[in-house]
Design a protein around this ligand. Sequence first.
Ligand code: XIL
Length: 317
Amino acid sequence: AGLHAAAVAKGKVYFGSATDNGELTDAAYLAQLSNKEDFGQITPGNAQKWDSIEPTQGTFSYTKGDVIADLAAKNDQKLRCHTLVWHSQLPSWVSSGTWTNETLIAAMKNHITNVVTHYKGKCYAWDVVNEALNEDGTYRTNIFYQTIGEAYLPIAFATAAAADPDVKLYYNDYNIESSGSKSTGAQRIIKLVQQYGAKIDGVGLQAHLIVGSTPSQSAQATNLAAFAALGVDIAYTELDIRMTLPSTAALLAQQATDYKNTVAACVANTKCIGVTIWDYTDKYSWVPSVFSGQGAALPWDENLAKKPAYEAILSAL
Ligand code: XIL
């Protein structure tokens, strides 16, 4: 049995992977991505971001996102939809527009309503708001916060829920995989949305982690318990564990331990419903392009061969 089959046997909803449109012409890559023993869920890495779907105001382009949604349907895999409101990969008409509270709320609602309606019935979950927090747990200064204030968060969730009452709605962020100011900030956002009377179903822990600095299983368990106490589901949504290159046997062994601890923390908490890795092969990882000198972050190497992390994850499931 593979990763998804083992996750389901443990009562989880899925084990999955991100993917991206440009990778799908790689036949060997596509075959492994489509192997439902390992992956019962996929996430589009870029195709559903604001700059991809609504590059100019009121013009919606679903071609790339639909390719990933159709692939998920063909392979009987769940789709995590990503993401509606985010400061990054945001077209300049939004980020540099001249807005009032009223006009930006209207533009945000129009975007959310169009996109969620288009994908209605196709997504298991939406990452409604992505990365709203600074490292100290305060709100990140972005056009939405600057113009609307913290109300943009509950307004976004309420708008998504109105467009599709059945899809699960998540707040998603990184560096919230262990207790601390930023995790506390994410808990504050969940309570804010709940108090506003809007639906929030889950929190996504991106989990872009570092070999040798990954929080221990018990530190992750404590953190998961704090989210679970708020009544929401939890998912690891973008897991990868990077190292300073070159990769060595010792680093690969530590990476395997770090993957095992992370997946084991999810397995041990009944509110943690699934784990998604941010693509599955080092061939297509986002890490080397963003973190200079780092990489080898995924369980399959650049030749699509399984690394020690694969068996470690399987042993935690
Ligand atoms: C990354 C993609 O993987 C890259 O291809 C793109 O160039 C930048 O974005 N947090 C997120 C993801 O929520 O959307 C990001 O994806 C990685 C960090």
